[in-house]
Structures are given as structure tokens and as C-alpha cells.
Design a protein around this ligand. Sequence first.
Ligand SMILES: [Zn+2]
Length: 295
Amino acid sequence: MHKISDMVNTGKLLTSDGAWGTYLFKKGLVSGSCPEEWNLTHSDDVFDIAKSYVIAGSDIISTNSFGSNIFKLSQYNLQQKLAEICQTAAEISRKAAGADKIVMASIGPTGKFLIMGDVTSEDLYNSFKQQAIAFEKGGADAVCIETFYALDEAEQAIKAVKENTSLEVICTFTFDYSESGYKTLMGVSPQKMAESLIAYGADIIGANCGSGFEDMVEIVRLIREVSQKLPIMIQANAGLPIFENDKLVYSETPEKIKEIIPKLIDAGSNIIGGCCGTTPEHIKVISEIVNRYNQ
Ligand SMILES: [Zn+2]
């Protein structure tokens, strides 16, 4: 099994992959249907996405499993298929990645809030545990607990993966800029996130989604105030989306991020990829820059 942190600790920078959601819609997913069900019904399309990122130069390939928790799957009456959906997600990405690349299974937030009494910690833990066990069975090397905003939910996710599998744990939060600086939906700063996730036992921390690559430079600096050593992963959106002729357009084009990626590396990022709106073309640009630094 590959360990991302071992590779990073030798001084290597790594490229992860780009958007999955945006890509699935391009392939015909209609809103209101379950993206993760495509692992069972449209596995060739899911494979194509993974493969296109492998070809673009990703060292780390994600999986189509962002919403594969009990709570989200229940909305589609697919909760009984959780293990099958998660295991297949990892298998498809493994098939595309081959033995040499890293498969990193995606775990998104449940949408439930502990603070509101929606669910108990145990409910969250059990859902994350089932996902993680299935990912490991399907051949994943790591999980990426991503787009999180609440520390208590992240704690359950990290614990569930650590206590039930030997998968490496990456955890990345999503920050927005406000008058009080960069904060998640639940008011967590990058520094507070870093302190807490390290205490929960995450192997790699960072940020994803948000308002684009440019803003991530400062977020990386803030995380580095807390930890100089822990590997940092950044998977940014291609800027904030704007509507142009009824179509969502992202402002940070592959050409534009060429000048931002070196700044992200200089600030202390070790693994760089994309989130919403990023494409294999973005990943190709990132991978070329990363490879130049690795020489
Ligand atoms: Zn995103």
C-alpha cells in the first residue's frame, strides 16, 4: 500500500485530481439523481473520469463517493447499497490508476449537524466506518475527508477510518473569506482546524473547494503557522463560478492558475489538485509545474 506522507517526506510534491461532480454532469448526470449510484449503473463513465485524470498526470486519483454516507444515500433509498457503492467506487478508480498511483477515496460531509441534535456522534461514526471498510476492500490507499466545516463531525470521520482500517487519512476543510478572515461555515479558522485535526490523528490536512487557487495561498500560510511539518493538500475550485449566458463559468482557467501554483508551493503545499470547475486541463498544468519542482 502506498503512503502519501512517506512520498511527501522525501521532499516530493504530488498532483491529485480535479472535479468529479462537474464532470459527471457533463456526462449526463441529471440534478436530483444520485451521483454515487453511477458507480453501479454507469461504471464506464466513472472509469473515464478517473482515467482522464491519470492521463493528465495525477499521482493521486479520487473516487466517485463524495456523498456515499448513510444519510445522503437514504435520500435516494440507496442506504442498503452503501458498501457496494463505496467498494465499487474504489475498484473503478483502482482499475484506472493501476498499481502505481494512489487511490484516495472521497468522504464528504453528511449534511447533519451534531450541534443541532440532528444525529449522535455514534450515528456519524457508524456511517463513516462502513464507508471506510468498503473503500479498503475496494483497494483504496487513503481516504480524503473533504469539504468539511465542523470539527466534531471531522473528529468522528477521522476516528472511524483510523480505528477500522489501515487507510491513510487526509482531511481538508472549506473556507470562505469574511470580515473576520478565512472561516468555515461553522466559524472554524485554518489555524483552529490544523490544531484540531492534528489532535484527532489526521496524517495530512489542508483545504479544498472555496473561492479558488489564489485564496488558498494565504490559507496555506495560516496552516503552516500551526504545523511546519505535516503534509498539506490543497484542492481548490477554479475560482468562483459566475453565470454567463445561463452557463456556469469558472474564472480561474488552466492558463490563469499557471502563475498561482508556484505561490501555493512556496507557501508550503505538498499536494495540489482541483475541486469544482477544474478539469483534466487544469491538472495537466499543475502536474507540469509539480514535475518541474521535483527535478
Ligand atoms: Zn468544490
